[in-house]
Design a protein around this ligand. Structure first.
Ligand SMILES: Nc1ncnc2c1ncn2[C@@H]1O[C@H](COP(=O)(O)OP(=O)(O)OP(=O)(O)O)[C@@H](O)[C@H]1O
Ligand SMILES: [Mg+2]
Length: 442
């Protein structure tokens, strides 16, 4: 993708340079002899315009749309999902509900980050570099306005992007607060009406709307500053290039064609500069999402097989002699759930655990299945400490009927399809400068 993008950028710059030379040749030839003397160059250019460019664009579209856009994030999702399935129960307790959204968001953000860097970033660097070289090849002084503009534009990006992203982040938070409060009052409408609290509810929602609107105003002020600065820079560039070009032309230092190319570059930059700003800001936003996702996804599994773990059946079939030896466990917190418990269940013996809710019955089963690792003591099956066997084989050797299974059997199984992920922050509402060659990234 990066190679194709560079090739497209180089070809575009070459087309501009060629346009300049057309202008020069048109002014130095007579119409009668023009085609005989210059015809082959036009044939070459026609080849580039009619065959090479469409082929490059086709290849690039194939690579991006048919290969990367769908498959790349799906591959990340698949790998992350498999990684997450190995995480302990405690992990899912902590992040319940958020984890699927994280997975979806992170995989898309990884794709956006990589594609923006390799595609947009690469295009911009190659294109700007090419433009500078073409301008400098006419006369080095013609390059100066471009270099100055580039510097000022970099300063503007440096100023704007962190601020734009910060306010976008605040806006996303304010939006979810606002939505949450509104949804809450609809969901609990009976309570709201019952206690005649509608005024309090109104104020509550109104406050969050005010906060949200505040972030919109800040964002719009910033957008105005950035757009006006950007437009002013572009106009200064246009003026500087035209003035420099004409001055150099009067000194016979550059040709008419060189001025035509330089002006064409300016016009193209004007369209592109705003678009680059949004792309860069989206890039950093995506980098933030990726970092955030990695922080919650890439945690080492807390319950993992010991390095030399063997299958529990390695020494023969399981008989089912279960011993809890002075087991201590309290979900990593203070205060004992299970404190120094001894229990022996012989093969074939049926044992019922009875206790008030919260006594720790389910916790014992969780420990036996190694959903959690005991904090003290040992649990043995047929004399083998379950911490030394692979958890796959351990769980395969134990039959469990959970309450959800019973409920499903008696009330009819219900499926809980994964809800669609929350709306991706920053992916909607990005506008592109009109006439840009960039693609939509659905
Ligand atoms: N994932 C968890 N993280 C932290 N504490 C937990 C967790 N699961 C259970 N506990 C706590 O451990 C204690 C024992 O819970 P457990 O679920 O084993 O009780 P139980 O005997 O199975 O209760 P019930 O009869 O209601 O099923 C309770 O105080 C509970 O709050
Ligand atoms: Mg229980």
């Amino acid at each position: 993708m990066a190679v194709l993008t560079s090739a497209i950028a180089v070809t575009e710059v070459a087309l501009y340079a060629f346009t300049g030379s057309i202008v020069d040749r048109l002014s130095s030839h007579t119409p009668a002899t023009f085609l005989q003397e210059e015809g082959w160059k036009f044939a070459l250019m026609a080849l580039v315009v009619l065959l090479v460019m469409p082929a490059l664009n086709l290849l690039s579209a194939l690579v991006i749309h048919q290969t990367l856009l769908g498959n790349f994030p799906m591959r990340i999702r698949w790998r992350v999902h498999r990684y997450l399935l190995r995480q302990s129960m405690g992990y899912f307790h902590e992040f319940a509900g958020r984890i699927a959204t994280k997975l979806m968001q992170t995989s898309l953000a990884v794709r956006e980050t990589v594609i923006k860097l390799l595609d947009v970033g690469n295009y911009v660097v190659v294109y700007f570099g090419g433009a500078l070289i073409v301008a400098a090849s006419a006369d080095w002084r013609l390059m100066l306005p471009f270099a100055a503009w580039l510097l000022a534009y970099a300063v503007l990006l440096r100023y704007a992007i962190p601020r734009l992203n910060k306010v976008a982040q605040e806006q996303a938070d304010a939006r979810s607060t606002m939505t949450g409060r509104i949804v809450d009052s609809y969901t609990n409408i009976a309570t709201v009406k019952l206690f005649s609290h509608s005024h309090r509810e109104e104020d509550y929602a109104r406050e969050s709307m005010g906060l949200f609107l505040g972030t919109v105003h800040r964002q719009m002020r910033l957008t105005t500053i950035v757009n006006v600065s950007n437009d002013t820079l572009n106009m200064l560039l246009l003026f500087a290039v035209a003035a420099t070009g004409i001055t150099l032309w009067m000194d016979n230092a550059v040709s008419v064609g060189a001025i035509a190319v330089a002006i064409a570059f300016v016009l193209r930059l004007m369209g592109m500069s705003q678009w680059i700003m949004w792309e860069m800001s989206a890039l950093f936003e995506n980098i933030g999402t990726v970092q955030d996702g990695i922080n919650s996804i890439a945690l080492p599994a807390t319950v993992d097989d010991a390095p030399d773990a063997k299958a529990i059946t390695a020494r023969g079939p399981v008989r089912g002699d279960i011993r809890f030896e002075h087991v201590t466990f309290h979900y990593g917190k203070q205060g004992g759930v299970i404190e120094g418990l001894d229990l022996h269940v012989r093969p074939g013996e049926k044992v019922g655990l009875v206790g008030r809710s919260g006594a720790g019955k389910s916790t014992l089963i969780n420990l036996l299945l190694r959903f959690y690792d005991r904090e003290g003591g040992a649990i043995r099956i047929d004399g083998t400490d379950i911490a030394t066997v692979t958890w796959d084989s351990l769980r395969a050797a134990i039959g469990v009927v959970t309450w959800t299974h019973l409920a499903a059997a008696s009330f009819g199984a219900r499926q809980h399809p994964l809800r669609p992920p929350g709306r991706q922050r920053g992916r909607a509402g990005r506008c592109r400068a009109p006439g840009q060659r960039r693609r939509l990234h659905p």
